[in-house]
Design a binder for this molecule. Sequence first.
Ligand SMILES: NC(=O)c1ccc[n+]([C@@H]2O[C@H](COP(=O)([O-])OP(=O)(O)OC[C@H]3O[C@@H](n4cnc5c(N)ncnc54)[C@H](OP(=O)(O)O)[C@@H]3O)[C@@H](O)[C@H]2O)c1
Length: 249
Amino acid sequence: MRRIGPYEVSDIGLGSWAVRDPKAFVDTLVKAFEMGINLVDTAEMYKTEPLIKEAMERYGSKEIFVTTKLYPWSIRYDAEKAMKRQIERLGKVPELVLVHWPEDIATEVRELEKLVDKGLVEMIGVSNVTKEQLEVALQVTKKHEIVAVQNKYSPTFRVTEELFPIMEKRGIALQAHTPLDKGRALELPSVKEVANRRNVPPASVVIAWLLSRSPIVIPIPKTENVKHLEELLLGTKLNLSEEELELIG
Ligand SMILES: NC(=O)c1ccc[n+]([C@@H]2O[C@H](COP(=O)([O-])OP(=O)(O)OC[C@H]3O[C@@H](n4cnc5c(N)ncnc54)[C@H](OP(=O)(O)O)[C@@H]3O)[C@@H](O)[C@H]2O)c1
């Protein structure tokens, strides 16, 4: 298990960007909840909140940690209205809201703080940020802590590691988006070699590698395929050796 603020969440969550087949996605999400995943990612932009709502209803519990993200302009224009729309579409108050890609981060995180005060969300964070932007966000938030950053992080995309020291010091979770780099990470020769040696799928190796990088890392891959889901979950149980980790780099 990993942590976001006071919450214990599963080692991986599921993303919901670019769902091709809504029915297959909901089926996979229900299966994921049954298999212990309790974290799901959506956004104003994705329009997948009703699918997550349906999956929670079929699973029979809303005790799922939901992250949503608002457009920066929605936050600046009328954050309350945008958030109420999210709540209505999800059928619950989400645990976490992020500014999807900050434009004026100081203003945007202060607006997110007001949403917590109004009971429209429990916690706040930021997405697609540089180290400098994160530092600004940490400086200007006065009442509510930044509990998570959602940035791209994958064996093929590592710039987010620059943020690790400050995040680890403050216990800020990294929701690692695009962890498979949309399939590119599965094609890395080092990933393929470790997968062959262990006789596991490359996706399991990528998840195991990501989880080994720091206790703050929580990969949020997207799948609408139960076989792929099982491969991703296998990665949470796979302990790579020092030599295997070094091979991937
Ligand atoms: N904050 C942001 O700006 C931002 C940006 C991008 C993404 N995100 C979030 O992060 C989530 C994940 O990113 P992503 O969806 O762009 O990319 P990703 O998770 O790196 O890759 C998703 C692709 O990998 C495939 N896949 C999943 N499991 C697999 C497996 N075991 N073996 C082979 N292929 C597999 C999926 O196909 P199947 O569905 O067929 O399995 C899908 O085509 C998004 O859904 C979204 O929630 C956030």
